[in-house]
Design a protein around this ligand. Sequence first.
Ligand SMILES: O=P(O)(O)OC[C@H]1O[C@@H](O)[C@H](O)[C@@H]1O
Length: 348
Amino acid sequence: MRLILPLPGNETFARDLAETGGWELGEIETRRFPDGETYVRILSDVADRRVDLVCTLARPDDGFLRLAFAVDAARSLGAREVSLVAPYLAYMRQDRRFLTGEAVTSKTFARLVSSTFDRLVTVDPHLHRYPALSALYTIPTETLHAAPLLADWIAVEVEKPLVIGPDEESEQWVSAIAARIGAPHAVLRKIRHGDRSVDVELPDLSQWSGLRPVLVDDIASSGHTLIEAARKLPLQGFSRPVCVVVHGVFAEDSYARLLAVAERIVSSDSVQHVSNAIRLAPLIVTSISADEKVSEYLVRHRRPPEPLDEVERAGVDSFPASDSPPWTSGVGSKQTRIPRQGKGERAT
Ligand SMILES: O=P(O)(O)OC[C@H]1O[C@@H](O)[C@H](O)[C@@H]1O
């Protein structure tokens, strides 16, 4: 049975994941030495098992080294595969060099994660200028999408919603959410002047007066985007908006400031926060279970070992037509490196 191992601060999410998936919840002991260095000890049996380290990556600078230590400990104890389940993936927003000399941190961070883990599972990474995680990460990745869960929450909780994205980037999930619940949608225009300085312009929304505005975004970080959008809506006669985000990072006092101009704020549980109202565990379990089926399939169809020279000549393996491979169906976009037995890799 696979093992779900939570890093500190991720216990609630990991327990939900383990219970929903019917998997074992493991234990890691971590603490700080007096000089600030990190102590890590894995207390669960990981030998010959697939291990999922669960760690959301909001505030990653504090936690990544601890993760790297845990992976090495798991490998030295004989773990068969170590994946990172990071419902929020950090360092996706500095995706290019805007000023000479800036570090493109998305690339550096992706390289660190790719050289540490065997696989990455995440939810709605901030893919703005990158087409997919495969443009950055060299390990197999699974990108899951929370839009249907957000849509279902809105459908149940908000009467007569007008789904609003605060900027052009949000059009993709705002339109998907609106279509799923049969509501209208609109997209605002954002001009970002700096980390903490944002302007939002509203188009004429008067045709939807009387509807409840629901601001939807992937991340609330400094909160400025949502705060500015929420401030502008009453200028066109709308009531205070409901704000729904996938990742409630809520830096500094942004949650309190947004609450002052919003009717209600909810987030998925990708980052543990008082606003959490949408569980991601079912989405992640579906994806991990589908991946397990692929592995089981490969084990079932494992060929007897062949001498290396024949293996090299055989090239790509083929599967019997009577039992089609299960990796085509999924809940997100998958970048999976299918082990090819004929190329010297072993199915697990
Ligand atoms: O305005 P804050 O909360 O700092 O940043 C979040 C916004 O910045 C964008 O990259 C996100 O898509 C979101 O719209």
